[in-house]
Design a protein around this ligand. Structure first.
Ligand code: SF4
Ligand code: SF4
Length: 351
């Protein structure tokens, strides 16, 4: 097993100043929603942290998850995090191709046995191994071979986390999620269509800094980002409470920024951080642009459908059922905390 340099050694070799390093630590604290008092502890942990090898596998996906991450306009955070990991294999981003790409994947696995992270976007087709192959290897075989020596797996996007759009009815490829197949490794789900890039980097930052997976909810999502609904933190919530709703996309209510509940907003039953972290470097999020939340980070996204049907109608049931769903949501939250604590796994980095 090769000796992996510490992040402190890497930054020192790159000529990064102490001041620059402390800025890095402050950015990491902010990413992990930790108080400034934690910065010295983070500095100490990061100086000793070893740059983890990351293998990113893309299966049945649209590349939206990678686009989300790479088109993020927060180079400070994302850049820092990606300077701090060794992204040894990524179909879209790597320069190598063909045999050289596969050799890079195998080298990363062998040299970092038991220590590397596997990030997966896309679902895995189980209907026929020929539906989706890379280098002649079925997605299933590549996934199982790669996760075998991994420390943990992060399922990026709703397709990898829950099956997503490829798994939607009638699911012609027999698409399944990572957690449907991988049973013996810690798994973090970062759903969304696509997921918020900062949530991906926060999971990586937590690994890097503390050698731990984040606390997870009942669906395997980090509670720090999926612990509240969009509705809990939505700036249109006062209009919801006042009963002021847009009825069409171009009526007076829409122009005045009233609540989008009657236009099908799924914010009340969708756990994600869009209303707080937002998108495009914290610029905005769909509801701020006048479009209801579609519930993309929840299991069953797409098949639940009813994108423009209000929650209180159609397949979502009556108003009473919605109230019942809210009660169930509280119960789920409590269960999530317990499940999260159970699933929290240690990732011990060795030299
Ligand atoms: S727009 Fe959606 S998330 Fe915001 S208050 Fe209305 S129902 Fe809730
Ligand atoms: S607002 Fe809703 S549908 Fe839009 S990205 Fe966030 S969770 Fe997904």
């Amino acid at each position: 097993m090769k000796t992996i340099p510490t992040l402190g050694e890497i930054l020192q070799a790159q000529g990064v100043s102490r001041r620059g390093f402390m800025k890095y630590c402050a950015a990491t604290a902010s990413l992990l929603a930790l108080p400034p008092a934690m910065v010295p502890r983070i500095a100490n942990a990061l100086e000793q942290a070893r740059r983890p090898s990351v293998i990113w596998l893309s299966f049945q996906e649209c590349t939206g998850c990678t686009e989300s991450l790479t088109r993020s306009s927060s180079p400070t955070l994302e850049g820092l995090i990606f300077d701090s990991i060794s992204l040894d294999y990524h179909h879209t981003l790597q320069a190598a191709s063909g045999d050289a790409a596969e050799a890079a994947r195998h080298a990363a696995m062998q040299e970092n046995m038991g220590q590397y992270l596997v990030l997966v976007d896309g679902s895995i087709p189980m209907g026929n191994p020929g539906f989706s192959t890379i280098a002649g290897i079925s997605n299933y075989d590549m996934l199982m071979e790669t996760v075998d020596g991994a420390a943990a797996v992060v399922a990026i996007g709703s397709c990898a986390a829950f099956g997503g759009i490829p798994g939607a009815n009638p699911n012609p490829t027999g698409a399944v999620s990572v957690q449907d197949l991988v049973k013996d490794k810690p798994i973090v789900n970062v759903p969304g269509c696509p997921p918020i890039p900062m949530v991906i980097t926060a999971v990586l930052a937590q690994f890097l800094t503390f050698g731990q997976l984040p606390e997870l909810d009942i669906h395997g999502r980090p509670t720090a980002f999926f612990g509240q609904t969009i509705h809990d933190r939505c700036y249109r919530r006062p209009f919801y409470e006042q009963g002021r709703f847009a009825e069409t996309f171009d009526d007076e209510g829409a122009r005045k920024g009233w609540c989008l509940f009657k236009l099908g907003c799924k914010g009340p039953i969708t756990y994600n951080a869009c209303a707080t972290v937002k998108w495009n470097a914290g610029t905005s999020f769909p509801i701020e642009s006048g479009h209801p939340c579609l519930g993309c980070s929840e299991p069953g996204f797409w098949d639940k459908g009813g994108f423009y049907a209000p929650l209180s109608t159609g397949k979502f049931g009556s108003g009473e059922k919605l109230a019942g769903a809210a009660v169930a949501g509280v119960a789920l939250g409590a269960a999530a905390a317990v499940a999260g604590r159970r699933r929290q796994a240690k990732y011990t980095k060795e030299g």
